[in-house]
Design a protein around this ligand. Structure first.
Ligand SMILES: Nc1nc2c(c(=O)[nH]1)N[C@H]1C(S)=C(S)[C@@H](COP(=O)(O)O)O[C@H]1N2
Ligand SMILES: [Mo]
Length: 386
Protein backbone atom coordinates (compact mmCIF):
# COMPACT_ATOMS: atom_id res chain seq x y z
CA UNK A 1 0.00 0.00 0.00
CA UNK A 2 1.27 3.49 -0.80
CA UNK A 3 1.77 5.73 2.13
CA UNK A 4 -0.26 8.92 1.81
CA UNK A 5 2.01 11.92 1.67
CA UNK A 6 1.65 15.66 1.81
CA UNK A 7 1.61 17.00 -1.74
CA UNK A 8 4.66 19.01 -2.72
CA UNK A 9 4.69 22.01 -5.06
CA UNK A 10 5.95 19.72 -7.85
CA UNK A 11 2.58 17.99 -7.73
CA UNK A 12 1.00 21.20 -8.94
CA UNK A 13 2.29 21.34 -12.47
CA UNK A 14 -0.33 23.76 -13.77
CA UNK A 15 1.01 26.96 -15.27
CA UNK A 16 -1.88 28.80 -13.65
CA UNK A 17 -0.21 28.56 -10.22
CA UNK A 18 2.05 31.41 -11.19
CA UNK A 19 3.40 34.65 -9.81
CA UNK A 20 2.21 36.23 -13.08
CA UNK A 21 -1.39 35.53 -12.03
CA UNK A 22 -0.84 36.10 -8.30
CA UNK A 23 0.69 39.56 -8.84
CA UNK A 24 -2.15 40.74 -11.09
CA UNK A 25 -4.96 39.46 -8.91
CA UNK A 26 -3.00 40.65 -5.86
CA UNK A 27 -2.74 44.15 -7.30
CA UNK A 28 -6.53 44.46 -7.54
CA UNK A 29 -6.99 42.77 -4.22
CA UNK A 30 -4.61 45.33 -2.72
CA UNK A 31 -6.60 48.15 -4.32
CA UNK A 32 -9.87 46.75 -2.91
CA UNK A 33 -8.38 46.36 0.56
CA UNK A 34 -6.92 49.88 0.37
CA UNK A 35 -10.30 51.38 -0.58
CA UNK A 36 -12.10 49.34 2.08
CA UNK A 37 -9.51 50.33 4.70
CA UNK A 38 -9.68 54.07 4.03
CA UNK A 39 -13.47 54.20 3.74
CA UNK A 40 -13.70 52.01 6.83
CA UNK A 41 -11.49 54.37 8.86
CA UNK A 42 -13.75 57.20 7.77
CA UNK A 43 -16.88 55.32 8.78
CA UNK A 44 -15.40 54.38 12.13
CA UNK A 45 -14.46 58.00 12.77
CA UNK A 46 -17.91 59.23 11.70
CA UNK A 47 -19.41 57.00 14.40
CA UNK A 48 -17.04 58.19 17.13
CA UNK A 49 -18.81 60.41 19.64
CA UNK A 50 -15.59 62.36 20.18
CA UNK A 51 -14.18 63.94 17.01
CA UNK A 52 -11.12 66.15 17.51
CA UNK A 53 -11.45 67.11 13.82
CA UNK A 54 -15.19 67.64 13.23
CA UNK A 55 -16.66 65.24 10.69
CA UNK A 56 -17.93 67.44 7.82
CA UNK A 57 -21.66 67.86 7.21
CA UNK A 58 -21.08 68.37 3.46
CA UNK A 59 -21.47 66.96 0.95
CA UNK A 60 -24.69 65.45 2.29
CA UNK A 61 -24.10 62.33 0.15
CA UNK A 62 -20.44 61.90 1.17
CA UNK A 63 -20.99 59.10 3.67
CA UNK A 64 -23.39 57.41 1.29
CA UNK A 65 -20.62 57.35 -1.33
CA UNK A 66 -17.81 56.19 0.93
CA UNK A 67 -19.91 53.51 2.61
CA UNK A 68 -21.11 52.30 -0.80
CA UNK A 69 -17.47 52.10 -1.95
CA UNK A 70 -16.55 50.21 1.21
CA UNK A 71 -19.09 47.48 0.60
CA UNK A 72 -18.42 47.32 -3.16
CA UNK A 73 -14.66 46.98 -2.56
CA UNK A 74 -15.21 44.27 0.04
CA UNK A 75 -17.61 42.38 -2.21
CA UNK A 76 -15.28 42.51 -5.20
CA UNK A 77 -12.45 41.29 -2.97
CA UNK A 78 -14.21 37.98 -2.24
CA UNK A 79 -13.68 36.30 -5.67
CA UNK A 80 -10.28 38.00 -5.95
CA UNK A 81 -9.14 36.52 -2.64
CA UNK A 82 -10.39 33.06 -3.57
CA UNK A 83 -8.51 33.09 -6.88
CA UNK A 84 -5.40 34.50 -5.24
CA UNK A 85 -5.39 31.80 -2.56
CA UNK A 86 -5.92 29.08 -5.15
CA UNK A 87 -3.08 30.43 -7.28
CA UNK A 88 -0.54 30.49 -4.48
CA UNK A 89 -1.56 27.67 -2.14
CA UNK A 90 1.00 25.17 -3.50
CA UNK A 91 3.62 27.52 -2.06
CA UNK A 92 2.34 26.83 1.45
CA UNK A 93 3.19 23.17 0.91
CA UNK A 94 6.81 23.69 -0.11
CA UNK A 95 9.46 22.09 2.05
CA UNK A 96 11.07 24.24 4.73
CA UNK A 97 14.26 25.99 3.65
CA UNK A 98 17.60 24.58 4.76
CA UNK A 99 20.04 26.45 6.97
CA UNK A 100 19.10 28.29 10.14
CA UNK A 101 19.00 31.78 8.69
CA UNK A 102 16.89 30.80 5.70
CA UNK A 103 14.67 28.64 7.85
CA UNK A 104 13.98 31.52 10.23
CA UNK A 105 13.12 33.81 7.32
CA UNK A 106 10.96 31.10 5.78
CA UNK A 107 9.02 30.57 9.01
CA UNK A 108 8.61 34.32 9.48
CA UNK A 109 7.26 34.71 5.96
CA UNK A 110 4.80 31.87 6.41
CA UNK A 111 3.66 33.27 9.74
CA UNK A 112 3.10 36.72 8.28
CA UNK A 113 1.15 35.24 5.37
CA UNK A 114 -0.86 33.14 7.80
CA UNK A 115 -1.80 36.30 9.70
CA UNK A 116 -2.63 38.11 6.45
CA UNK A 117 -4.85 35.31 5.15
CA UNK A 118 -6.62 34.88 8.49
CA UNK A 119 -7.23 38.62 8.83
CA UNK A 120 -8.39 38.98 5.20
CA UNK A 121 -10.79 36.04 5.46
CA UNK A 122 -12.09 37.36 8.79
CA UNK A 123 -12.70 40.85 7.38
CA UNK A 124 -14.50 39.63 4.27
CA UNK A 125 -16.56 37.06 6.17
CA UNK A 126 -17.66 39.45 8.93
CA UNK A 127 -18.22 42.28 6.44
CA UNK A 128 -20.34 40.07 4.20
CA UNK A 129 -22.34 38.78 7.16
CA UNK A 130 -22.85 42.34 8.38
CA UNK A 131 -24.12 43.51 5.00
CA UNK A 132 -26.58 40.60 5.11
CA UNK A 133 -27.59 41.74 8.61
CA UNK A 134 -26.54 38.43 10.04
CA UNK A 135 -24.66 38.62 13.34
CA UNK A 136 -23.82 35.06 14.37
CA UNK A 137 -21.24 36.25 16.92
CA UNK A 138 -21.14 37.81 20.36
CA UNK A 139 -18.41 40.42 19.83
CA UNK A 140 -18.98 44.00 18.76
CA UNK A 141 -18.84 44.03 14.97
CA UNK A 142 -17.58 47.57 14.67
CA UNK A 143 -14.75 47.34 17.23
CA UNK A 144 -13.55 43.97 15.95
CA UNK A 145 -13.80 44.72 12.23
CA UNK A 146 -11.86 47.92 12.92
CA UNK A 147 -9.12 46.26 14.97
CA UNK A 148 -8.59 43.38 12.52
CA UNK A 149 -8.46 45.90 9.64
CA UNK A 150 -5.20 47.24 11.10
CA UNK A 151 -3.82 43.71 11.39
CA UNK A 152 -4.79 43.01 7.77
CA UNK A 153 -3.29 46.22 6.44
CA UNK A 154 -0.11 45.80 8.48
CA UNK A 155 0.36 42.22 7.26
CA UNK A 156 -0.47 43.33 3.70
CA UNK A 157 2.16 46.09 3.78
CA UNK A 158 4.76 43.61 5.03
CA UNK A 159 3.76 41.08 2.36
CA UNK A 160 4.01 43.63 -0.46
CA UNK A 161 7.39 44.83 0.82
CA UNK A 162 8.77 41.27 0.92
CA UNK A 163 7.36 40.40 -2.50
CA UNK A 164 8.10 43.69 -4.25
CA UNK A 165 10.89 42.32 -6.51
CA UNK A 166 8.69 39.41 -7.66
CA UNK A 167 5.64 41.70 -8.10
CA UNK A 168 7.71 44.13 -10.19
CA UNK A 169 9.05 41.44 -12.49
CA UNK A 170 5.68 39.76 -12.82
CA UNK A 171 3.83 42.95 -13.68
CA UNK A 172 6.35 44.20 -16.22
CA UNK A 173 6.28 40.99 -18.26
CA UNK A 174 3.56 39.49 -20.38
CA UNK A 175 1.17 37.42 -18.31
CA UNK A 176 1.94 34.25 -20.30
CA UNK A 177 5.72 34.71 -19.88
CA UNK A 178 7.02 31.69 -17.87
CA UNK A 179 10.00 33.62 -16.44
CA UNK A 180 8.83 33.35 -12.82
CA UNK A 181 7.27 29.90 -12.99
CA UNK A 182 8.63 27.06 -10.91
CA UNK A 183 10.49 24.62 -13.16
CA UNK A 184 7.83 21.98 -12.54
CA UNK A 185 4.96 24.18 -13.74
CA UNK A 186 4.77 23.00 -17.31
CA UNK A 187 1.22 21.80 -17.78
CA UNK A 188 -1.06 23.99 -19.77
CA UNK A 189 -4.73 23.78 -19.00
CA UNK A 190 -8.18 24.28 -20.35
CA UNK A 191 -7.72 27.91 -19.46
CA UNK A 192 -4.85 30.23 -20.31
CA UNK A 193 -3.62 32.61 -17.64
CA UNK A 194 -5.24 35.43 -19.55
CA UNK A 195 -8.47 33.41 -19.55
CA UNK A 196 -8.25 32.83 -15.79
CA UNK A 197 -7.69 36.54 -15.19
CA UNK A 198 -10.63 37.51 -17.40
CA UNK A 199 -12.86 35.04 -15.56
CA UNK A 200 -11.66 36.53 -12.25
CA UNK A 201 -12.46 40.12 -13.29
CA UNK A 202 -15.83 38.95 -14.54
CA UNK A 203 -16.56 37.20 -11.22
CA UNK A 204 -15.64 40.33 -9.27
CA UNK A 205 -17.85 42.40 -11.59
CA UNK A 206 -20.79 40.06 -11.17
CA UNK A 207 -20.36 40.06 -7.37
CA UNK A 208 -20.50 43.86 -7.39
CA UNK A 209 -23.47 44.07 -9.76
CA UNK A 210 -25.33 41.47 -7.75
CA UNK A 211 -25.09 43.48 -4.54
CA UNK A 212 -24.55 47.17 -5.36
CA UNK A 213 -28.24 47.75 -6.10
CA UNK A 214 -28.73 48.29 -2.38
CA UNK A 215 -26.90 51.57 -2.93
CA UNK A 216 -27.34 52.37 -6.63
CA UNK A 217 -31.02 52.45 -7.61
CA UNK A 218 -30.17 51.85 -11.30
CA UNK A 219 -28.77 48.43 -10.38
CA UNK A 220 -31.71 47.32 -8.28
CA UNK A 221 -33.10 44.96 -10.87
CA UNK A 222 -29.84 43.09 -11.42
CA UNK A 223 -28.92 42.97 -7.75
CA UNK A 224 -30.38 39.57 -7.08
CA UNK A 225 -28.19 39.14 -4.00
CA UNK A 226 -28.71 42.66 -2.63
CA UNK A 227 -29.97 42.26 0.90
CA UNK A 228 -32.03 45.38 0.60
CA UNK A 229 -34.14 45.88 -2.48
CA UNK A 230 -33.76 49.60 -1.76
CA UNK A 231 -37.50 49.66 -1.32
CA UNK A 232 -39.70 50.24 1.67
CA UNK A 233 -42.58 52.38 2.80
CA UNK A 234 -42.22 55.96 1.54
CA UNK A 235 -39.38 54.81 -0.74
CA UNK A 236 -36.89 54.09 2.07
CA UNK A 237 -35.99 50.63 3.46
CA UNK A 238 -36.52 49.92 7.13
CA UNK A 239 -33.75 48.68 9.29
CA UNK A 240 -35.36 48.20 12.70
CA UNK A 241 -39.14 48.20 12.92
CA UNK A 242 -40.98 49.96 15.73
CA UNK A 243 -42.05 46.56 16.98
CA UNK A 244 -38.50 45.18 17.00
CA UNK A 245 -37.33 48.26 18.87
CA UNK A 246 -40.11 47.78 21.42
CA UNK A 247 -41.51 51.29 21.01
CA UNK A 248 -44.90 50.62 19.37
CA UNK A 249 -47.04 51.79 22.31
CA UNK A 250 -45.00 54.83 23.24
CA UNK A 251 -44.56 55.97 19.63
CA UNK A 252 -48.27 55.68 18.88
CA UNK A 253 -49.30 57.36 22.17
CA UNK A 254 -51.19 60.64 21.50
CA UNK A 255 -49.68 61.95 24.74
CA UNK A 256 -46.18 61.81 23.22
CA UNK A 257 -44.01 64.86 23.82
CA UNK A 258 -40.56 65.85 22.57
CA UNK A 259 -38.50 67.25 25.42
CA UNK A 260 -35.81 69.80 24.54
CA UNK A 261 -33.46 70.88 27.32
CA UNK A 262 -30.51 73.20 27.71
CA UNK A 263 -29.31 73.65 31.27
CA UNK A 264 -32.30 74.81 33.26
CA UNK A 265 -34.41 75.53 30.20
CA UNK A 266 -36.90 72.81 29.29
CA UNK A 267 -39.52 72.83 26.54
CA UNK A 268 -42.02 70.07 25.83
CA UNK A 269 -43.60 69.88 22.40
CA UNK A 270 -46.51 67.79 21.21
CA UNK A 271 -46.73 66.65 17.62
CA UNK A 272 -49.16 69.49 16.91
CA UNK A 273 -46.73 71.98 18.48
CA UNK A 274 -44.00 70.69 16.15
CA UNK A 275 -46.29 70.87 13.13
CA UNK A 276 -47.13 74.49 14.01
CA UNK A 277 -43.46 75.51 13.78
CA UNK A 278 -41.95 76.54 10.41
CA UNK A 279 -41.52 73.39 8.27
CA UNK A 280 -38.52 72.73 6.01
CA UNK A 281 -38.00 70.08 3.39
CA UNK A 282 -34.57 68.59 2.71
CA UNK A 283 -33.38 65.86 0.35
CA UNK A 284 -31.10 63.71 2.49
CA UNK A 285 -30.01 60.08 2.26
CA UNK A 286 -30.13 57.34 4.86
CA UNK A 287 -26.84 55.50 4.40
CA UNK A 288 -26.74 52.42 6.57
CA UNK A 289 -23.37 51.13 7.76
CA UNK A 290 -24.57 47.75 6.51
CA UNK A 291 -24.18 49.02 2.97
CA UNK A 292 -27.62 49.97 1.70
CA UNK A 293 -28.68 53.54 1.17
CA UNK A 294 -31.67 55.48 -0.09
CA UNK A 295 -32.49 59.13 -0.67
CA UNK A 296 -35.56 60.71 0.90
CA UNK A 297 -37.44 64.00 0.96
CA UNK A 298 -37.78 64.81 4.63
CA UNK A 299 -40.04 67.49 6.06
CA UNK A 300 -39.99 68.77 9.61
CA UNK A 301 -38.59 71.35 11.98
CA UNK A 302 -35.04 72.58 11.71
CA UNK A 303 -33.16 71.24 14.71
CA UNK A 304 -31.52 74.64 15.19
CA UNK A 305 -35.00 76.24 15.52
CA UNK A 306 -35.75 73.85 18.40
CA UNK A 307 -32.43 74.63 20.07
CA UNK A 308 -33.32 78.33 19.82
CA UNK A 309 -36.50 77.64 21.83
CA UNK A 310 -34.30 76.79 24.82
CA UNK A 311 -31.76 79.56 24.05
CA UNK A 312 -28.97 77.08 23.34
CA UNK A 313 -25.86 78.85 22.07
CA UNK A 314 -24.25 77.69 18.81
CA UNK A 315 -21.39 75.21 19.00
CA UNK A 316 -22.94 72.78 21.46
CA UNK A 317 -23.24 69.02 21.10
CA UNK A 318 -26.71 67.55 21.53
CA UNK A 319 -27.58 64.23 23.11
CA UNK A 320 -30.38 62.64 21.11
CA UNK A 321 -32.48 60.04 22.93
CA UNK A 322 -35.16 57.80 21.48
CA UNK A 323 -38.18 56.20 23.10
CA UNK A 324 -36.30 52.90 23.05
CA UNK A 325 -35.47 51.45 26.44
CA UNK A 326 -32.50 49.43 25.34
CA UNK A 327 -30.35 48.79 22.30
CA UNK A 328 -27.11 50.33 21.11
CA UNK A 329 -28.78 53.08 19.03
CA UNK A 330 -31.09 54.30 21.76
CA UNK A 331 -28.99 57.39 22.40
CA UNK A 332 -26.65 59.12 19.97
CA UNK A 333 -24.48 62.20 20.14
CA UNK A 334 -25.05 64.93 17.56
CA UNK A 335 -21.85 66.96 17.28
CA UNK A 336 -22.14 70.74 17.17
CA UNK A 337 -21.45 71.01 13.43
CA UNK A 338 -24.47 68.80 12.70
CA UNK A 339 -26.63 70.46 15.36
CA UNK A 340 -26.04 73.89 13.84
CA UNK A 341 -26.36 72.82 10.19
CA UNK A 342 -29.46 74.31 8.56
CA UNK A 343 -30.30 71.00 6.87
CA UNK A 344 -30.49 68.97 10.08
CA UNK A 345 -34.15 68.28 10.82
CA UNK A 346 -36.42 66.75 13.36
CA UNK A 347 -38.38 65.08 10.58
CA UNK A 348 -42.12 64.54 10.85
CA UNK A 349 -42.76 63.51 7.26
CA UNK A 350 -41.12 61.57 4.44
CA UNK A 351 -42.06 61.88 0.76
CA UNK A 352 -44.85 64.29 1.67
CA UNK A 353 -46.59 61.89 4.09
CA UNK A 354 -46.38 61.70 7.89
CA UNK A 355 -43.62 59.28 8.88
CA UNK A 356 -44.81 55.71 9.19
CA UNK A 357 -44.13 54.14 12.59
CA UNK A 358 -41.21 52.12 11.28
CA UNK A 359 -39.44 55.23 9.95
CA UNK A 360 -39.53 56.83 13.39
CA UNK A 361 -43.00 58.32 13.91
CA UNK A 362 -43.76 60.71 15.55
CA UNK A 363 -40.37 62.36 14.92
CA UNK A 364 -36.87 61.32 13.92
CA UNK A 365 -33.51 62.93 13.42
CA UNK A 366 -32.13 63.37 9.92
CA UNK A 367 -28.80 65.12 9.35
CA UNK A 368 -26.59 65.50 6.27
CA UNK A 369 -23.55 63.22 5.81
CA UNK A 370 -24.30 61.21 8.94
CA UNK A 371 -24.11 57.40 9.22
CA UNK A 372 -27.60 55.87 9.09
CA UNK A 373 -27.08 54.22 12.43
CA UNK A 374 -26.97 57.67 14.05
CA UNK A 375 -30.17 58.98 12.40
CA UNK A 376 -32.19 58.34 15.56
CA UNK A 377 -35.82 57.30 15.15
CA UNK A 378 -38.72 57.70 17.64
CA UNK A 379 -37.28 60.79 19.31
CA UNK A 380 -38.01 61.39 22.98
CA UNK A 381 -35.48 63.97 24.12
CA UNK A 382 -32.91 66.45 22.83
CA UNK A 383 -30.44 67.52 25.46
CA UNK A 384 -28.05 70.36 24.71
CA UNK A 385 -24.75 69.55 26.43
CA UNK A 386 -22.73 72.13 28.31
N1 LIG B 1 -34.01 54.60 17.90
C1 LIG B 1 -33.42 53.98 16.87
N2 LIG B 1 -33.06 54.70 15.79
C2 LIG B 1 -32.44 54.11 14.73
C3 LIG B 1 -32.18 52.72 14.73
C4 LIG B 1 -32.58 51.98 15.87
O1 LIG B 1 -32.39 50.75 15.95
N3 LIG B 1 -33.19 52.64 16.91
N4 LIG B 1 -31.55 52.14 13.63
C5 LIG B 1 -30.70 53.06 12.86
C6 LIG B 1 -30.20 52.48 11.62
S1 LIG B 1 -29.02 51.25 11.77
C7 LIG B 1 -30.52 52.98 10.38
S2 LIG B 1 -29.74 52.47 8.99
C8 LIG B 1 -31.61 53.97 10.23
C9 LIG B 1 -32.63 53.40 9.27
O2 LIG B 1 -33.73 54.23 9.17
P1 LIG B 1 -35.01 53.71 8.38
O3 LIG B 1 -35.43 52.41 9.05
O4 LIG B 1 -36.02 54.78 8.49
O5 LIG B 1 -34.59 53.47 6.98
O6 LIG B 1 -32.22 54.28 11.46
C10 LIG B 1 -31.35 54.39 12.56
N5 LIG B 1 -32.10 54.88 13.67
MO1 LIG C 1 -28.02 51.05 9.77
Amino acid sequence: MRRPRVPAPEDFGSRLHSAAVAARVGLWLGICFGVAFLTGLLSHYAQNPSQPVPFPTSPAWGYRLTQGLHVVAGTAAVPLLLVKLWTVYPRFLRRPARGVRRLVLDVLERLSIGVLVAAAVFQLATGLANSSQWYPWAFSFRATHYAVAWVAVGALALHVAVKLPVIRTALTRDVEDPALDPPTATRGGALSRRGLLRATWAAAGVAVLATAGSTLPVLRRVSVLGVRSGDGPQGVPINTSAEAAGVLDRAADPGWRLTVTSGERVVELSLDDLRALPQRTESLPIACVEGWSAGGEWTGVRLRDLLDLVDAPAGRDVRVASLQESGPFRITLLQDGFADDDRTLVALALAGEPLVLDHGFPARLIAPNRPGVLQTKWLARLEVLA
